[in-house]
Design a binder for this molecule. Structure first.
Ligand code: PMP
Length: 405
């Protein structure tokens, strides 16, 4: 399909609204994406037409709901190219998926083991692992970053050893937009027999990964970053890990047989899906994937790169403006500050002009600590943004600068 930005924008009802009397310019896509009508309709369709609990129901509504939910799992499997649908676990989101794996490793790690994180992570890919280290006595090592906001791969190679059991990094940093070299990170980790978890929360809306080609052990993401609803996401875990790791939560759906003496667990994916799931969310996640693939990831990437380059050039022309994250492997995020202007004040003035950006540490305090700043202003783009919206942002930043400095 040709990339028709007006047609695409027409799919998103929220893009028609005004904020503070101005047409909305939504540049907070790294926090969450907007939802097209097709995704909204899939949620309304489920509740209006076939709302029922799934699995084991003999009645028609339950079977329709089960079919739609399992069809969504298959769409996700196909999109991410997992070998099996049962390797796709529905979760409430990225954070839950990471906690599930961290919990699973608590029975596999011991004192003396090491696990490796990167300096570019969201708190949700730091804190669960710190908790795991507290429980097991394993040690957390950090791949450092440089001034450009890029990982120092030579330091990573030095950190790896036979003590390394697990490496977890994001594909794209939500705070800076840096694309990490995950292919190399995975390959090097596997050379010392360490498993790898990739946090795809920030990349899944920009890049379609091939999980089998990556040969990654675990991959997590959230549907709300890719035009789907909140409260649903997925964890991919390779079949061998699905067998090895214990369940995260106990309850209905995840069992084979229960007696008071002993309970046996269901096979994956159900082993990791205790309780009634977010059924409409799962179905809508599938609809979101269909929607993105109709536009096509090549077209999305080309448009977003054009927005990023155009905005970078225009913002850098503003005196006193500094962009954080200046490496060449980068997508869709511009994190910046203006000398003498607090990011919160900048964000507040931009909001008065109808422009939504995020300000603060973006749940990545170690990155802010590295640059010795309290936070940044972050403009993050999606395929439905336009060059005219970038112009509005640049004009807004200039106006705020004048008012504040
Ligand atoms: N990792 C990254 C890189 C993220 O950008 C986010 C969301 N900002 C998360 C993890 C956490 O995702 P969620 O809050 O949807 O669980």
């Amino acid at each position: 399909m040709a990339f028709d930005i007006e047609k695409i924008r027409a799919d998103f009802p929220i893009l028609k609204r005004t904020v503070n009397t101005y047409p909305l310019v939504y540049l907070d896509n790294a926090a969450t994406s907007q939802k097209p009508q097709q995704v909204i309709d899939s949620i309304v369709g489920y509740y209006s037409n076939y709302n029922a609990n799934i699995h084991r129901g003999v009645h028609s509504l339950s079977q329709e709901a089960t079919d739609a939910y399992e069809m969504a799992r298959q769409k996700i499997q196909k999109h991410f190219n997992a070998a099996h649908a049962h390797e796709i676990i529905f979760t409430p989101g990225t954070t839950h998926g990471i906690n599930l794996i961290a919990n699973g490793f608590s029975s596999l790690l011991k004192k003396g083991d090491e696990i490796i994180v990167s300096a570019l992570e969201h708190h949700s890919n730091i804190v669960p692992w710190q908790m795991l280290c507290e429980k097991t006595g394993a040690q957390l090592k950090v791949i450092p970053m440089n001034e450009e906001g890029t990982l120092v791969m030579s330091a990573y190679k030095e950190l790896l050893s036979e003590r390394t059991k697990l490496v977890f990094v994001n594909h794209i940093s939500n705070a800076l937009g840096t694309i990490n070299p995950i292919e190399e990170i995975i390959q090097l980790a596997h050379e010392v027999n360490a498993a790898v978890l990739i946090d795809g929360a920030q990349s899944c809306s920009h890049i379609k990964p091939d999980l089998q080609e990556l040969d990654v052990d675990f991959y997590v993401t959230s549907a709300h970053k890719m035009c789907g609803p909140t409260g649903i996401g997925m964890l991919y875990l390779k079949e061998e890990w699905g067998k090895k790791l214990p369940p995260y939560q106990g309850g209905g759906e995840m069992i084979a047989e229960v007696t008071f003496e002993k309970t046996t667990y269901a096979e994956m994916p159900h082993k990791f899906e205790a309780g009634t799931p977010n059924i409409s969310g799962g179905i809508a996640f599938g609809a979101a994937i269909d929607y993105l693939n109709t536009i096509g990831f090549k077209a999305i990437e080309a448009h977003e790169n054009a927005l990023l380059n155009y905005a970078t050039e225009a913002l850098l022309a503003i005196e006193g403006l500094k962009i954080y994250g200046t490496g060449t492997a980068k997508t869709s995020v511009i994190s910046f500050n203006i000398e003498g202007v607090h990011p919160y004040d900048m964000g507040t003035i931009l909001d008065k002009l109808g422009i939504a950006v995020r300000t603060g540490h973006h749940c990545a305090q170690p990155i802010m600590e590295f640059y010795k700043i309290p936070g940044t202003v972050r403009a993050s783009f999606a395929f439905y943004n336009t060059l005219e919206e970038v112009d509005r942002l640049v004009a807004g930043v200039k106006k705020a600068k004048m008012m504040l400095s």
